[in-house]
Design a protein around this ligand. Sequence first.
Ligand code: S3P
Ligand code: PEP
Length: 435
Amino acid sequence: MLDSLPDPLPITPVEGFGGATLRPPGSKSLTNRALAVAALAEGTSTLTGVLDSDDTRVMLNALTALGLDVDHNPVAATVRITGCGGELPANDAGLFCENSGTSIRFLTALIAAAGRGTYRLDGVARMRQRPIGDLVDALNQLGAEVTCDLANGCPPLTVHTTGLSGGTATVESGASSQFLSALMMAAPAARGPLTLRVPGELVSVPYVVMTRRVLEAFGVRVSEENGLFHIAPQTPTATEYAVEPDASAASYWFAAAAILGGTVTVEGLGTGSVQGDMDFLRVLRAMGCEVRIEEEKTTVTGPPHGRLKGGQTFDMGPISDTAQTAAAVAVFADGPTTVTGIAHARHKETDRVAAVVTELRKLGQECEEHADGFTIVPKPVTPAIVHTYDDHRMAMSFALIGLRENGVQIADPGCVAKTYPGFWQDLQTLTGREL
Ligand SMILES: O=C(O)C1=C[C@@H](OP(=O)(O)O)[C@@H](O)[C@H](O)C1
Ligand SMILES: C=C(OP(=O)(O)O)C(=O)O
């Protein structure tokens, strides 16, 4: 479907929305974590509900290139993977990680801990601008020899390693929490007990909690005291792991209910979810939506006529992947909405703060750009082609504006494949009509 979509893709407003039930695909973050930890385990793990997208394909291909036995069934959404028990079979590899932050960060640490040889990791042009130097520094403190080949704190990287010693490493985590998550998942393969110290700000905290939960599922415990994380050397235990639907992906459907003033139920995400992005529901609640979170599903009902409450400020630092979704909803509020705490979103697929402001202005909105976020003052929507900057979340969130207003067209709609190749199909399911 992605190949046959017009570019730009016009979005037609929905009249008389009757409600919908959807189940987004598996979580990218959980799929790539479960793969990384299963790769270090002893024995064969079976993962179910796995996401099949660009970012997970990068991870699967890399693990295969590192010599692991990986059997992916995209139709059944399963992966069977036999772990290496702590030492990777391949002594060299060149891994192309496209623009998958989780993949390049998790793999760099995994290779440093379980590799024996020399490996190279690289990505697309944008990946060469995304920070990884703080992770490199931490790995070098633990005895690996990792270099940023262009000496700019970004990929491409060369990892020369005989494994990691134990000891203490300091990891700056103000640019990305993925550095700490990567170290935690690699730590069990180190030769001695490892302590991780985060001296300054830690962004995207719920993803670190998620990392600990996935490690626990494979029998690995991370203990924490006074801001220090301790992990003992051990071999993760192979297991059956069920990946939840993606909560960041679900934010688009929750937001659709808000914007259309209807009811949307998302299946497979409920009270037990380990994903921080479920907290996006807090934003929708504050803006006037009714939210019901049950054990295995969540239902959002937007206010009648989609009249959302403005005049609010949201710190979205812990849930920055949903800041663009919030920006789309803010267009329909009855006053300004301010989002703060997302300076780190400038280092993602694109500078998301700048991209939101630029594209909302094209659509006639009054916007103010701040160092760590934006303020949106809703105005009548004017027709425009929305540029998406190779960022799946720009495409998915701005499409929501077109569900209510005429003239929204999404450039490069295929970029959703990074995490949600079925997004446009699911949009058809939501609206009950062809695109
Ligand atoms: O660990 C993860 O799975 C992720 C952490 C977040 O990144 P940062 O920690 O860089 O904010 C998030 O934006 C990304 O989509 C996935
Ligand atoms: C930031 C994202 O991805 P990553 O950092 O894994 O490339 C995302 O999916 O929004």
